[in-house]
Design a protein around this ligand. Structure first.
Ligand SMILES: [Ca+2]
Ligand SMILES: [Ca+2]
Length: 351
């Protein structure tokens, strides 16, 4: 049971972070780094808003992605790439910010996202850390994520595989092991914000209409990989046909039609919205303008977790396990859960 708790810790850890007001009061005050409008949009792309079909009616999709429904978004700027380790270090150096993965979890916070009656985890086992993908050396059941996810004390953005690892040589890779709170703190410092799910999905489509991928309907046009995903047999046999076993430097694959890199694959990306598995159904048969997501999370498959929407899939998305490397794909991720395959990018209003 303890192992199960430890696996759950990063998923449920640090609920105090849910309360933004409380979290902000604990952290060093973060002010924006941008000293001019030009600073704030450097590295960003202006996406002209329009009406688009969000979600999909594709039967080869997950139920939470359906149905396709009309949404209008207004103009916004979006980062051309995922936020990199180099960019995140600049933020940490300027603010002294400590990510959720670097803080000691508290039981009174953890238990709020655990089933009632869950036995208390001994305090000495509540240590900073994060979830790390560790490939097994043999085929395993895909029914149990603990076959490849390990809770690693000391894993954080500067130590992606845990103590002993570092990010030397990975400065242009996306930052990982960042929780939703961490992404928001960075965005605020940068004078930006996290994208809504609608903004993210509109941007990911790159101007294409109801295409399965960000580049069309063919996953590998001309036998060319267009995103960093997982090839082979998940999770033990990654044949790296796309050239990368884990994260790739940002912009290693072609940009989409809007000039945006890695909207699909590399790392999952946080959005601002709560995750409700039925949100797209609630938006059917109407045109919704600049939706900000539901008022509360809702996911019967993970009823105790407090989840935000992540989008785009990652280097771990495989065609035999998690086919989430598509613009309409969406996943609920516990707001306090960083992992070795979750990052983010920011947006900014165009005025
Ligand atoms: Ca890959
Ligand atoms: Ca991505």
């Amino acid at each position: 049971m303890l192992q199960r708790y430890l696996l759950l810790i990063p998923v449920f850890a640090c609920i105090y972070a849910c309360d933004n007001t409380q979290a902000t009061s604990k952290a060093k005050a973060i002010t924006t780094s941008a000293t001019s409008a030009a600073d704030a949009v450097k590295g960003m792309v202006l996406v002209k808003g329009d009406v688009f079909m969000m979600g999909t009616d594709d039967p080869k999709s997950y139920l939470a992605e359906r149905p396709a429904h009309q949404v209008k978004v207004h103009d916004f700027y979006i980062d051309a790439t995922e936020v990199t380790n180099k960019q995140f270090k600049k933020f940490v150096d300027a603010t002294g910010y400590k990510t959720v993965a670097e803080r000691k979890p508290k039981w009174e916070d953890l238990k709020q996202q655990l089933p009632p009656g869950t036995a208390q985890i001994p305090d000495e086992q509540l240590v900073p850390g994060s979830m790390v993908f560790v490939a097994p050396d043999h085929p395993v059941s895909k029914a149990n994520i603990s076959n490849w996810w390990q809770w690693v004390p000391g894993a954080d953005w500067q130590h992606p595989e845990g103590p002993g690892s570092n990010i030397e040589g990975r400065w242009d890779h996306p930052v990982v092991h960042v929780a939703w709170e961490d992404a928001n703190a960075y965005a605020k410092w940068a004078g930006k914000r996290l994208p809504t799910e609608a903004e993210w999905e509109y941007a990911a489509r790159g101007g294409l209409v109801e295409k399965r991928y960000a580049w069309g309907d063919d996953f590998t046009p001309g036998n060319k990989y267009m995103a960093n995903t997982f090839q082979g047999s998940f999770p033990d046999n990654n044949d790296r046909a796309d050239g990368y076993a884990i994260t790739a430097p940002v912009a290693s694959f072609p940009a989409n039609g809007y000039g945006l890199y890695d909207m699909i694959g590399n790392v999952w990306e946080w959005t601002a919205d709560w995750y409700d598995v039925d949100e797209y159904k609630s938006m059917a048969h109407q045109l919704t303008e600049d939706p900000k997501g539901p008022e509360k999370w809702h996911n019967p498959e993970d009823p105790y977790a407090i989840q935000r929407v992540t989008k785009g899939g990652s280097f771990l998305c495989a065609n035999d396990y998690c086919i989430n490397y598509r613009p309409s794909a969406r996943r609920g991720t516990a707001f306090d859960s960083g992992a070795s395959h979750i990052g983010f990018r920011c947006v900014k209003d165009a005025k």
